[in-house]
Design a protein around this ligand. Structure first.
Ligand code: ADP
Ligand code: MG
Length: 391
């Protein structure tokens, strides 16, 4: 499968740029098992990289131009490397690439002009982080082209900065850190404050099932920013920098003292509980207690639906159906919410029937392009040797 994608991309690279690539890199999308909306609260997340990714071939040029071809958009973008790379008038896919170049230049990296061809099979805009996969892959490609290296967690921070400061999306560090740093066969407990990462192995007895509701996130930007503001207001009222440092007791006290209103309390309760659940979930993986992990996922979804209010009828239906099927230990929405995907923990010996039954039952109630897949825990981003990719 990957060989076929690489072969096609290699053909496209040669056709677009009339030269051979000298660099090949990949960066995966991610699914977050638990720990939702906690990243921008300096809290904990438990993602794993998925076996869908962005692949890039690249070669240097003799000038200061960057040309990029995307198989998904079938477009080629071109820009000049400078201290102020001009942004597109409306947000365009090429802004993610320009943003990465701009941030690297600001870091003092002497970028070289280059040609890039990219392809991705992370579905766009469904909450599996195609944007982070793109950014992390592009940074790897740019660095390789100018013979520079950088620690994986630093690459994640630069990729996040590109998305925050250049593209203008106010995302936390979860997506980029997952794509850059996850390891094969492992979920990763992430401390989004220290960027400390702890592996938590995924046993073969369970499978991770991603179900794309087919509902694209409509209100996500404004609602996401509103939730962030509510979390910030809660933290400020408690006198802490982030909700990571808040306790339930502190929240109830603040409500009693009139420092926060009922809605802010409700939002903050989810974050404080979710941070606890996420650390407990990593402990469940280490102790191989899959039933307890499933229960934590169920509780997470309930809070995201009732307290943080970022689900929608499609996500709630997908989770409800999943939980009614044999072998399902837990299920929740994953990503920012308002559409996108759910993630379910399913006994491996029941997973084939689960996938089919989930898809069939969901299709009966929603006329949307649903997609259900089982994913392994993939390795984080890195180079692919040209010898193995170009044959
Ligand atoms: P998500 O990260 O959840 O998939 P985002 O809205 O954050 O959703 O990012 C999706 C955007 O990332 C796309 O609209 C597109 O601009 C860009 N993108 C990601 N992968 C590719 C690709 N392979 N080709 C072109 N653009 C891509
Ligand atoms: Mg994204």
């Amino acid at each position: 499968m990957q060989e076929h994608r690489l072969q096609q991309l290699h053909e496209d690279f040669k056709r677009c740029f009339e030269q051979e690539p000298s660099v090949c890199v990949r960066a995966p999308g991610r699914v977050n098992l638990i720990g939702e909306h906690t990243d921008y609260n300096d809290g904990f997340c438990l993602p794993m990289a998925i076996d869908k990714d962005v692949l890039i071939y690249a070669a240097p040029r003799d000038d200061d131009q960057v040309r990029v071809y995307s198989q998904q958009t079938e477009e080629t973008a071109q820009f000049t490397l400078s201290n102020a790379i001009e942004k597109s008038e409306e947000v365009s896919w090429s802004d993610y690439i320009k943003g990465c170049a701009q941030i690297l230049i600001e870091e003092g990296v002497s970028l070289k002009g280059c040609d890039l061809a990219l392809t991705g099979n992370v579905p766009l805009g469904s909450g599996l982080s195609s944007s982070a996969a793109l950014e992390v892959a592009v940074i790897h490609a740019f660095l390789q082209i100018c013979d520079q290296s950088c620690a994986d967690d630093k690459i994640a921070v630069l990729a996040q900065r590109a998305e925050n400061n250049y593209v203008g999306m106010n995302c936390g560090i979860l997506d980029q850190l997952s794509s850059a740093c996850c390891q094969a066969g492992q979920a990763m407990l992430m401390d989004c404050r220290s960027l400390h990462l702890d592996q938590a192995p995924l046993p073969d007895s369970v499978s991770i099932v991603i179900a794309d509701t087919g509902k694209r996130r409509g209100l996500v930007d404004s609602a996401y920013n509103e939730r962030r503001e509510q979390c910030e207001a809660g933290a400020a009222a408690l006198g802490v920098s982030h909700l990571r440092d808040a306790t339930m007791h502190g929240l109830y006290q603040a409500k009693q003292d009139g420092k926060i209103d009922a809605l802010t309390l409700q939002r903050c309760e989810h974050i404080v509980a979710e941070n606890g659940r996420t650390q407990a979930a990593a402990a469940c993986l280490r102790a191989n207690d899959m039933e307890a992990l499933g229960q934590l996922m169920d509780q997470s979804h309930a809070d995201l639906r009732d307290k943080f209010e970022v689900t929608c009828v499609e996500l709630d239906d997908m989770v409800r159906i999943a939980r009614s099927l044999p072998g399902c230990l837990g299920s929740r929405m994953t990503g920012a919410g308002f559409g996108g995907c759910t993630v379910s923990l399913v006994e491996s010996n029941a997973v084939d029937e689960f996938v089919k039954a989930l898809e069939d039952a969901y299709k009966k109630i929603h006329d949307l392009p649903v997609a259900v897949y089982v994913t392994g825990a993939a390795a984080g981003a890195g180079p692919i040797s040209l010898a193995s990719s170009v044959s």
